[in-house]
Design a protein around this ligand. Structure first.
Ligand code: G3I
Length: 351
């Protein structure tokens, strides 16, 4: 065969293996980033700064398997501005530079939350005007520094109580009232007009009263013209309890004109972790990624940690483990196959 003919064959094979086929047809082969790109979705991962700096195997998992990153902790208030006006950019700079060096998208996480606030904020010494000033300074400094370099921001994190339908009684709500949500979004929009701005919440992935309350909140913000662009459904699931109505629930938010994404996916397994549970977890990961593919405005799925050795789960849920697609020795688990298989099929057009 001539060199030209070989080129043509290679080109055709490459085109076929990366094509998004309609219907349930499969996309054979392909890397996870290649498949995610072919579907037009992000496949993301939450990263910690120290292993990103120090651990080549950790870096390689990120760059070989994902197209997007979220800073798991480094962009949170307590790390960025531990004392008023004393900004520490070392962690965020590491994450942003790494993303740019490797052509990865970036989710900014997070601005107004009840956790990981430094004492000078959390102690609540400020009246409404004082807290407003503090909020503006922080958002302008952080979003301003990285303007145009961070694709989306979780501006409002976990605005509802853990269960039920009440807005969370956090510092922002207590001091500024419900309007803190719109104020935070407007402030972020002014600081980085191109960034996609999100409310990020847990326990709302399937239907239910908390999801309904979030839907009401989002509908009101959209109707008022507030710059809300998307909803992050965190997706911290317990093995055996991944909701069946992910698609239906995400679609109603998408129908408001919002992007949706699974922003912090993990599926924690009660110990002992068996091969059977890991095999079933593969199916759970597959289902979640398929759900995103079945919602045309679902812009991506991000997992909450690089390996089980870095997961928040064992610390926060003693007796649970193995929540992520890589084990504690950097080896891929069945869950990664589940993601791969979900991405290996064409996007359904049932909407
Ligand atoms: O910073 C200290 C460090 O100085 C100290 O040496 C070390 C000793 O344990 O602790 C460090 O703090 C840890 C902190 O993360 C780092 O910022 C805490 O122990 C640890 O509990 C804390 O947990 C984080 C948690 O948010 C805090 O609420 C998790 O890593 C992080 O995965 C988790 O992420 C949240 C999302 O932001 C929002 N959605 C839920 C998700 C899971 O809780």
């Amino acid at each position: 065969m001539s060199a030209a003919a070989v080129c043509v064959v290679v080109f055709v094979v490459a085109a076929v293996t990366t094509l998004v086929l309609p219907g349930p047809a499969r996309i054979p082969g392909g890397t996870l980033p290649g498949l995610a790109d072919a579907h037009g979705i992000k496949l993301g991962v939450a990263v910690a700064v120290d292993p990103l700096r120090e651990d080549p195997a950790y870096r390689e998992i990120v760059t070989d398997h994902y197209t997007s990153m979220t800073a798991e902790n480094a962009m949170k208030w307590v790390h960025v501005q531990p004392e008023r006006y004393a900004f520490d950019w070392s962690g965020p700079d590491t994450v942003v530079d790494f993303a740019e060096d490797h052509d990865l998208d970036l989710r900014g996480h997070t601005l107004l939350w009840h956790n990981q606030q430094p004492a000078w904020v959390a102690e609540g010494h400020y009246d409404a005007d004082g807290l407003r000033a503090v909020m503006r300074e922080h958002i302008q400094a952080l979003l301003g520094r990285y303007e145009g370099r961070i694709d989306s921001w979780d501006v409002i994190n976990e605005p509802f109580e853990d269960t039920g339908t009440d807005l969370r009684d956090n510092l922002w709500y207590r001091t500024l009232g419900e309007g803190y949500i719109a104020e935070g979004l407007w402030t972020a929009h002014e600081a980085d007009p191109e960034a996609r701005l999100y409310i990020n919440e847990f326990g709302v992935e399937g239907g239910g009263e908390k999801a309904d309350a979030l839907y009401e909140l989002a509908s009101g913000l959209v109707a008022d013209g507030v710059p809300l662009h998307g909803i992050g459904f965190q997706g911290h699931f317990v093995h055996g309890d991944v909701p069946d109505d992910l698609v239906e629930n995400m679609r109603r938010f998408a129908d408001l004109g919002l992007d949706v994404e699974i922003s912090e996916l993990d599926v924690r397994i009660p110990e002992p972790v068996t091969d059977e549970a890991l095999a079933a977890q593969e199916d759970e990961y597959r289902r979640v990624v398929e759900a995103c593919l079945d919602v045309s405005r679902c812009v991506g799925v991000s997992v909450w940690g690089v390996t089980d050795a870095h997961s928040w789960v064992p610390e926060w849920f003693p007796g649970h483990d193995a929540a992520l697609p890589f084990d504690g020795d950097d080896r891929p688990k069945p869950a990664l196959t589940g993601i791969h298989e979900a991405l290996g099929r064409g996007r359904r057009s049932a909407e």
